[in-house]
Design a protein around this ligand. Sequence first.
Ligand code: SF4
Length: 610
Amino acid sequence: MINMNISKTRFINHMRCNRYAGLESLYQDKDQAIVAFSDDPDLDELMSQENKDKMSFLLDDMYDEEDQDLLSKVDTQMETMLPYYNQIEIIAGQAIDHRFEGKTVYSLDTYKQKRFQFEHQGYQFYCFLDGYQEDDKSTRIFEVKATTSKKFLDMKFKNDDGDRVGVFEYSPEGILMFREDLLGDVNDDYFKKTKKLKDRLSKAGRYIYDIAYQRYVFEHTNEQTKNHKYYLAILNSEYIHDGKTDEQGRPVYPDELIVFLDVTKFLDQMMPVIEQDIQIVIERLNALNANEVNLGPHCQRKDSRQCKFYPICYKKVPTYNSIFTYLGGHNGFKDTAGIKHERFDLLNEGYLNATDIPYDWLNRENNQLQRKVIDSGEPYVAKDKIKAAIESLKYPIYHLDFETFPCPLPRFKGEKPYSQSLFQYSIHIEHEPGVCDVDEDNYSYIATKHNDLREDLIINMLDVIKDDEGSIMAYNISFEKTRLKEMAIVYPKYAKRLHRMMDRLVDLMYFLRGNKKLFESLGFSDNQGFNYYHNDLNGSFSIKKVLPIFSDLTYKGMPIGNGTDALVTYAQFPFMDETTFKTNYNDLLKYCKQDTWAMVEILEALRKIV
Ligand code: SF4
């Protein structure tokens, strides 16, 4: 049975591609589903047995023999952050209430939210509004998004004087507005930039599309006699928490945490788009065609909105050394005639493996190198560069790794929305080349409670990392560097030491992946490419991929085996009984310790190969 009710999420999913409706029907109704594999009913009739077989193959990828769902995945990070997302909705609701005139309707309970619904060609299109406000003359609709204003404030265009200015500006009343609506001084470059916002798959455009759907449903539900305004309610990326708490020690947030982005006029242009898309969705639901379609950006591969049917549609793409293995491949590949081929176009034409791409289409030096390694099976090592990098190290080396909690709401003084809140470090001290004991030379700190223990962590860390000349090694230093910089701002009394630490940071990933600045400073002029590549990297230099190449150590089977597990465990600390806490605390210690010990092992292995 096709579900005739279309929510916003369902609508957006059906807009992905022609196949989604057919797969969704199969996923819901299993062998009771009636789906097609072409747009021609007569052909489907003819092919009925073959279609049944196709259905059965697809169902095998959706459910196992015990009828266990193979597609549903628990997103633990999402679950952990859910209370914060809910809190954002409440804070936004209160901010609407304080800011605008009229009675505000907002609630975490969907059934208490304002609902609108209209019928079209037998389907019910409906929406629940995060915020709704009405007075005698006007209605205001709000869509709350747990994103930050940075996404919009960072959008710039070149004005007629050649200066880069914001696509969005604040009105004197503090409402974020499209420049066109506020100042009017826009040009072609502005329109080029705002065109991206009409792309429902782009990072900022997806929010505009969401509220455009809400508006369409709202305006087609009743006869509209009032003036309507539409706003996105988002987190203020410039808000810095002052550390204020209530009697229970919970942070107290002012209304300034929320920014209202007025999208009313921009949505005028989106209404014909939604109208057209509604027709597309209806046609897809009427057809329920589960036949294969081209893969593309609509699948939102590796995005938080990745399509649920990804494992089915991408089954044919090899997990190892596929076309996606080429770093920079999203920029496409140029053939010998200079014609650029987009990666998804090639994929849909059957270029699934990395080796399917002709070698002379690989214009990026690193891709040529990847290909040589794939073809030969032999790793590539730029021994001279790695050797020079190792020789530049100063001892003792402090191998450092931080674990953080990327909370949507700032929890402590000096934090912003989505600040990476420090809760753990691990350090291994390597006294001389190769002289480091996995246990005795390991130091660590974990904030066991959810109150602000950052200063404690810093004092503890500064006691371990002496103010000497020793290199401080991290893997992908921008993360560690930014945390140190943030802490120097929040705790000025340690700023000098923390800045000194930043100056001593060395990135082990640069030794492998290369880095122009570092290798230029070491006297290399040819410094663009990788210093190391191995088939098993499969296009990634993450420490989890690099480690098994150089060591027997593995993260597989560890109770906490990645950064997400770590932050989820930390988030659950206050709710654990003593025994569970002890086990999880030790698992967390082991995980972070492994990250720094991994650097010791990788460095030692590199010494041996150069
Ligand atoms: S994975 Fe891509 S092609 Fe498959 S149903 Fe989803 S959006 Fe469509």
